[in-house]
Design a protein around this ligand. Sequence first.
Ligand SMILES: Cc1cc2nc3c(=O)[nH]c(=O)nc-3n(C[C@H](O)[C@H](O)[C@H](O)COP(=O)(O)OP(=O)(O)OC[C@H]3O[C@@H](n4cnc5c(N)ncnc54)[C@H](O)[C@@H]3O)c2cc1C
Length: 99
Amino acid sequence: MTLLFVGAGISNLALGRFFAELGHSVSIIDRRNNIGGNCFDYFDENSIDIHAYGAHIFHTNDAEVWRFLSQFTQWYPYQHEVKALVDGKLVPCNNNIFA
Ligand SMILES: Cc1cc2nc3c(=O)[nH]c(=O)nc-3n(C[C@H](O)[C@H](O)[C@H](O)COP(=O)(O)OP(=O)(O)OC[C@H]3O[C@@H](n4cnc5c(N)ncnc54)[C@H](O)[C@@H]3O)c2cc1C
């Protein structure tokens, strides 16, 4: 089967890879000049990692997702803590929408 995916975000990239590994012919196009969709990043001339469409942090507790993506990237450990400013005090806020 020959497949054309319109949009080279992480969803279609993962799907395209899946179908390609099954032996299908896959093409992926995008109107942007980069792949990765909103997750796209690049290093500028000062070696600073620029997240072109907004900062992205990767989370998963799914070993298969971790294994799949680890074929294509290395990981940098990262931690953050969300706090809210209430009555002039910073208090822990655990409702991280991407956790
Ligand atoms: C500012 C911001 C911060 C985020 N932070 C996080 C985070 O920290 N962690 C997290 O898990 N998620 C985060 N997200 C969500 C994450 O970006 C999306 O879940 C993810 O990018 C969705 O991937 P996608 O492939 O479905 O779509 P997209 O990344 O939107 O990719 C779609 C692609 O299709 C292309 N396209 C669309 N229409 C056409 C067309 N007609 N012709 C050609 N190309 C087309 C677009 O140019 C784009 O490249 C964030 C999103 C934003 C905007």
